[in-house]
Design a protein around this ligand. Structure first.
Ligand code: GLU
Length: 308
């Protein structure tokens, strides 16, 4: 096996059918291509005890299997710190003292680019930086580190979304609490695990631009194949969430949905009838199939039988 796909949940809440569908698609693409499948817990963010175990149980119960041990992102802290040092040493990172509120306010200024860091701390004087550090030290924080992308333009080709291009954002590399930020950790950890195929929700497609650029800066071969798949939404068209009702495997089981019903619904969401196992998706999946069903899937949760 030469290639490697992956799934990288954050263990902050049980997986809902939207998360599970993305995991099934990532697994199916990898296995259909004869690739390995890697599982990583992105536990540098908010971790809720017991959730990682339930996520693994739910993935396995749908027939998803993985190769090698599940990697905890926290255990990679030394490698993350070394990469940060390299980027700082090469002048590719700068300290940022902004609070969320500072960024919100600067981003609402007339010429700001929506969704992008407005550049407040990019070119500060030494005195400004000292003031910024002192301000944060008073509240027990350290500066965040941001990528000095210098307005570079970058392009990636995604097999579902198509060509994606634009200016690379000065993304956070290290958070104000000193922990490596998602955009850097994901790039380092995928490369370390030998990942060659990134299939995940299309809410992350704009992050892929910065991530691909970072991978290139850090000389991390091989370049990956991207497949950003449409999200699952509720009836109002908003990203599906726990509060929408019966959306986790446990909730769905209480409504009488077993694995076959869950897989059947996931199959229908990509135009496949009669799906009962993850293997049925694996045997039929192609980027073209997902492109044809590229509208978000609206999931209407079933209601538990009365008396439940
Ligand atoms: N940990 C992220 C999440 O749970 C996914 C990150 C990724 O796939 O790159 O949404």
């Amino acid at each position: 096996m030469s290639g490697c796909g992956r799934y990288a949940p954050t263990p902050s809440g049980d997986l809902h059918i939207g998360n599970l569908r993305t995991a099934v698609l990532a697994w199916a693409f990898a296995r259909a291509g004869g690739s390995r499948f890697h599982l990583r817990m992105e536990d540098t963010e908010r971790v809720v005890p017991g959730v990682a175990e339930r996520q693994l149980r739910d993935l396995a119960s749908l027939g998803i299997d993985w190769d090698g041990p599940v990697v905890s992102q926290r255990t990679r802290a030394d490698a993350h710190a070394r990469a940060l040092e390299t980027l700082v040493g090469e002048g590719l990172a700068y300290e940022c003292y902004c609070t969320r509120k500072d960024i919100r306010e600067a981003a609402s200024a007339p010429h700001a680019q929506p969704g992008r860091y407005p550049g407040t701390c990019r070119d500060l004087t030494r005195a400004d930086r000292e003031r910024g550090r002192a301000k944060l030290a008073r509240v027990g924080r350290q500066p965040a580190l941001r990528l000095r992308a210098d307005g570079v333009r970058w392009r990636i080709r995604d097999e579902i979304v198509g060509e994606v291009g634009g200016v690379v954002d000065d993304v956070v590399l290290r958070r104000g609490d000193g922990v490596v930020a998602y955009n850097l950790a994901v790039v380092l950890d995928d490369a370390w695990a030998g990942v060659t195929e990134v299939c995940r929700g299309d809410d992350l497609v704009s992050s892929a631009l910065s991530q691909d650029y970072l991978a290139d800066l850090l000389g991390l071969a091989p370049r990956v194949r991207y497949l950003h798949v449409p999200l699952v939404v509720n009836e109002e068209g908003r990203r599906l969430a726990k509060r929408d009702g019966a959306v986790t495997l446990d909730d769905l089981a209480r409504c009488g949905w077993g694995v076959a019903e869950v897989m059947g619904a996931i199959g229908r969401s990509i135009g496949l009838e009669g799906v009962r196992h993850a293997e049925d998706v694996r045997d039929a999946i192609t980027p073209e199939l997902i492109r044809r069903h590229c509208a978000p899937w609206v999931f209407v949760p079933p209601v538990a039988a009365s008396g439940d």
